[in-house]
Each structure stands twice: as C-alpha cells, then as structure tokens.
Design a protein around this ligand. Structure first.
Ligand code: NAP
Length: 264
C-alpha cells in the first residue's frame, strides 16, 4: 500500500513496539492516530527525518468491550477514515498454568484477541467502502510454536493468527488486506517481564532478540510491500518451521530447557 496521505491507527502507541511502529510510520507523510489507554500516557514523538502530516493521540482503552465502545463514541467518524489499523497493544502472562492468575489471563485475552477483533470490525466497513486498507495484527512466534510456560499467551496469539488468516480469505477482492506480524523476541518491557517469568521453568538463555526500531522498520516496509506475513529470522524462524512439522520436533526442543520444578 502507498502510505502517502494514509490515515494510520496504532494501538499501544505510547511504548514498546507500538511506539517504534508509530515512529517508523511518522517517517512517511501519513496522518497518525496514536492509540493510548489514557491520554496522559502519551508523550509527543520526536522522530529524526519526520515527514508526518499530523500526529493525534486518541484514547483507546481496550480493557473491555464497554470501554472500547466508549472510545468509539468519542472518536466518531474518525474511525471510518482509517487506511491502516495496527492492532499492536498486548499483554502477557505465563508460567505453569496453575500459577497464573485468572484475572490476568482474562485481561490478556481481552486485549490480545477480543479488542483486536472489535476494533477491526469497527474500521472494516470504511475500508471496504473505499476499496483500500490494511489490517496489521501483531501476533507472535507464540502463535505458532507452543512452548511450556506460555499456554495462555500462546492461546491468545494462536487466536489472532487464525483470525487474521480467515479474514484475509474473507476479504479477497475487496482491496482490503491483512498483514500478520509473527513477532520474535523484541526488546521491550514485555520481553523483560516474559524472560523473568518464563525463566522460572524454562531456559531462556538462548533467546534471540531484535531492537524494537528494527522490527518496526521491517513491519512498515511489509505494509508498503503488501505482504501477508512478516516472519522472524534466525532461530525463531526455525521454531516457526518446526511448528508446522511433526509435534515431536517441538517436544524435543521445548523438553530440553523445561522443568516443572522451579529452575531457581
Ligand atoms: N516484545 C516481544 O518480545 C513480543 C514478542 C511477540 C509479540 N509481541 C506482541 O507485540 C505487541 C506489543 O508488545 P510490546 O513488547 O511492545 O509490549 P509492552 O512494551 O508491554 O507494551 C504494551 C502496550 O500495550 C498497551 N496495552 C496493554 N493493555 C492495554 C489496554 N487494556 N488498553 C490499551 N492499551 C493497552 C500498553 O499500554 P500501557 O502503557 O497503558 O500499559 C502498551 O502500550 C503485543 O501484542 C505483544 O504480545 C511482543
């Protein structure tokens, strides 16, 4: 998609990958709606070589269907003009299933899956009417390779993978596309928290990571190139490949570094 003059909305734009995506989009002549849980969490973007036409912070609280409906009411027609929707905001919880808190699991599934579906459903009619649009969903390698300690997070991300692929086929011929980001380990608050949590039972020492700005650059180029999937590189790409093979492959990889008894 040509991004010149496009209106782009990124959720979770105040930090992490979402902020890096916002900064990368701001290098193009776009109108950028920066979605934040509450407006006081937004700090203006300072981007070297910025060509952005306008950056508008918008309140998008994804915590419940009602909260999001309230934000839709505030935004009104603005949502009908979106050309690129990036469902980026997310939460993570992990560890053995019986150690995880049910309220945290519920909040995670709400943000990672249900809110992305609700937001997509809201912006899609405008895109279809104009015959142009891209829905970008931030999935994860966890949506493919299901490692122990990640059962509930993986379930939410496998859900977004299925949602994106099904929608992509449903939208054929409309001019609207989907792009699935099979995001690897990306340096952010979430990665720090994940490493800390998962390493109680799983050896995370070999995890490869990518700077958020680098992943964002690749993601925005993938939008411009009309890609359907942006995959990871290195060992993470091998994990994705293994996930499509016999289950014994991932059993062997995961089994090497996992212990139900805490490792430390
Ligand atoms: N980092 C990785 O290694 C990695 C790997 C694979 C996939 N991903 C995915 O990439 C996406 C971004 O992750 P990240 O690493 O940038 O995480 P992060 O640093 O923890 O940032 C998460 C973002 O989501 C927002 N958010 C969370 N709950 C929200 C809610 N209820 N309403 C509105 N916004 C909410 C946060 O807003 P607040 O600041 O208000 O909390 C924040 O902007 C997520 O979908 C994640 O699952 C990340």
């Amino acid at each position: 998609m040509r991004l010149d003059g496009a209106t782009c909305l990124v959720t979770g734009a105040n930090r992490g990958i979402g902020r890096a995506l916002a900064a990368e989009l701001a290098k193009r002549p776009v109108r950028l709606l920066a979605g934040v849980r509450s407006l006081d969490r937004w700090e203006p973007l300072e981007v070297a070589g910025s060509r952005v036409r306008e950056v508008v912070p918008v309140r998008l609280d994804l915590s419940s269907r009602e909260a999001l409906d309230g934000c839709f009411a505030e935004l009104g027609d603005e949502l009908d003009a979106i050309d690129v929707l990036v469902n980026n905001a997310g939460q993570m919880t992990g560890g053995l299933l019986e150690e995880q808190r049910m309220d945290e699991i519920e909040a995670m599934v709400q943000v990672n899956l249900l809110a992305a579906i609700q937001l997509t459903q809201r912006v899609l009619p405008g895109m279809v009417a104009r015959g142009r649009g891209t829905i970008v969903n931030n999935a994860s390698i966890s949506g493919y390779a299901y490692f122990p300690s990640a059962s509930t997070y993986a379930a939410s991300k496998a859900g977004i993978v299925a949602f994106t692929e099904s929608l992509q086929r449903e939208l054929r011929g409309t001019g609207v596309r989907t792009l699935q980001l099979v995001t690897p380990g990306v340096e952010s608050d979430m990665l720090d928290a994940t490493t800390e949590l998962y390493s109680r039972h799983l050896d995370t020492s070999g995890w490869e990571t990518v700077p958020a700005a680098e992943w964002a650059r690749r993601a925005v180029e993938a939008i411009e190139q009309d890609k359907r999937v942006l995959g990871p590189g290195g060992k993470t790409a091998l994990a994705k490949l293994a996930s499509r093979g016999p289950a014994q492959l991932l059993d062997a990889i995961a089994g090497r570094g996992f212990s139900r008894t805490p490792r430390r």
